[in-house]
Structure formats: C-alpha cells, structure tokens
Design a protein around this ligand. Sequence first.
Ligand SMILES: Nc1nc2c(ncn2[C@@H]2O[C@H](COP(=O)(O)OP(=O)(O)OP(=O)(O)O)[C@@H](O)[C@H]2O)c(=O)[nH]1
Ligand SMILES: [Mg+2]
Length: 260
Amino acid sequence: MTDSHGGPAWVVLPTYNEAENLEPLVEAVRAKLPPLAQVLVVDDDSPDGTGAIAERLAERHENVRVLHRPRKEGLGPAYIAGFREALAGGAGLVLEMDADFSHDPAYLPRLLEAAERADVVLGSRYVPGGGVSEWGALRRAVSRGGSVYARHVLGLEVRDLTGGFKCFRREVLEAIDLDEVGTRGYAFQVEMTYRAIRRGFRVVEVPIVFRERRVGSSKMDLSIVAEAVWRLPLLRFGRGAVEEAPSPAGQGSGQRRYTF
Ligand SMILES: Nc1nc2c(ncn2[C@@H]2O[C@H](COP(=O)(O)OP(=O)(O)OP(=O)(O)O)[C@@H](O)[C@H]2O)c(=O)[nH]1
Ligand SMILES: [Mg+2]
C-alpha cells in the first residue's frame, strides 16, 4: 500500500517542549503505520530536552529520524523544513500531526486510506462524525470562527481549514513553491490547503475527534490568531496573491471535488 504513492509515508511531528508527550506518541504512531513508513521529529531546540528524547528514539528505531533546528520559529517553518527532508528522503505521502496527543494516532490508517482517492486529506472536526472534546466555549468559538472566516475570505468549501492533522501526496508538496509559504501559526494550515486547491489538487475531509493536549503547555497565543486575520486575505487579494495554476499531477479540480 505504501508504495502505490511512489514511496512510503512520512509522518512529520513538529515539537516545542513536548518532553512528556514525545516518547509515548512516537510509539503509538509507529504502531499504526505500515512497516516502511518513517517518523520525522522536527524540534526547535526545545528547552525541556525534547530534542534529546527524539535522538534516543531515533537510535532505538530505524524508522525514526530527527531534524534539529536552532530556534523556535513557529509551526510553519518547522513543517516546511520537515517537508523538504521527507521529499528528499523519497516520501510518497507526507503527514502532519501535532505531538501533544490532540491528534489521535488511531486515525492514521484512515488518513492513509483516504489518500488513495485524494491528493490532500484533512482530518476534520467540522464534518459529520468529527468534533472536539474537552474544549470550553471560548476555544470552540475561536476555532470555528477561524475556519468560517478563512473559508469566506478565501472562497473555499472546506469545513476545517485550521486543523493540522493532514496528509499530502508528494506531488502536492512538489507543486507548491515552499519558499513562498510565509505563514507560521494556524494560518500556515490554511495557506497550505489553499495553495493545494489553487493548483487544482483534490481535497477530502475525513472526520476526527480532536482532544485537548494530555500534558505540557499550549503554544497558542493572540499573535497566532492575529497573523491569520491579516495574512489570509492577502493570499487571495494581496500583491503576492496565490495564482491559480492547475497542476497536471492533480487528480482534479479541488473546488468541485470535496467529499465530506
Ligand atoms: N518545531 C516547532 N514545533 C512547534 C512550534 N510551535 C508549536 N509546535 C508544535 O506544534 C504542535 C501543535 O502546536 P499548536 O497546536 O500550535 O500549539 P499547542 O501548544 O499544541 O496548543 P494547543 O492548540 O492549545 O494544544 C505541537 O506538537 C507543538 O509542540 C514551533 O515553533 N516549532
Ligand atoms: Mg495542540
């Protein structure tokens, strides 16, 4: 199954101070992946020693790797660096996943399976069967509002644009100019999906239930929300707006082919 995509799946796990989560998460992820799949931890020099834990895991398991980056720059640049490494390593599918157990590894087979019939698979909280547990009313409203805002500003039909449990076929990441991706926080998730759709790739959403992180502390802050508010309109209307350029590699035109 892994090789039907021209290479194995790589799961990219960005970490910043996830010392308590990383080992159990990596073990749980490995247990859900096909044998040839790889796990790539991208650590931004976490002060809590997450990078050293990742090194130990990489020594223990042949299919675990670590990319150390010198400083915290946000989720976006960490993922871009991870994507480049995965592509260079021959990945056929590249998955994104939080390293705090908000994204249940039990859903990995479902994402991989959906990638058989789509170019981009989004784990989605806002389609039937999906949801969030343990969030207060405010957090729910911010998240829902963020997706509604992004959907309208960009003219998309995707229900959950800000989630970060995703799977890209290699061709998608090759078709997107990764140097041009400028967002760092939640907006990064929106930008990647928007760019994929503008290139004509097919996006599907599969339901997931998102859980509050088990341990450790949140890195979310107001600047991340503010970035999304002002940067997203620029992707569509700004000077450097993302151009529509259907890619021959895509399976079809993104907008008309969403399935929920
Ligand atoms: N490498 C790297 N990872 C990051 C950075 N910021 C957040 N992460 C990781 O990205 C994943 C998701 O982060 P977020 O969801 O934005 O932040 P969070 O702390 O999980 O906040 P909550 O949504 O409240 O759980 C987690 O695995 C974080 O450790 C960063 O600057 N660099
Ligand atoms: Mg989180």
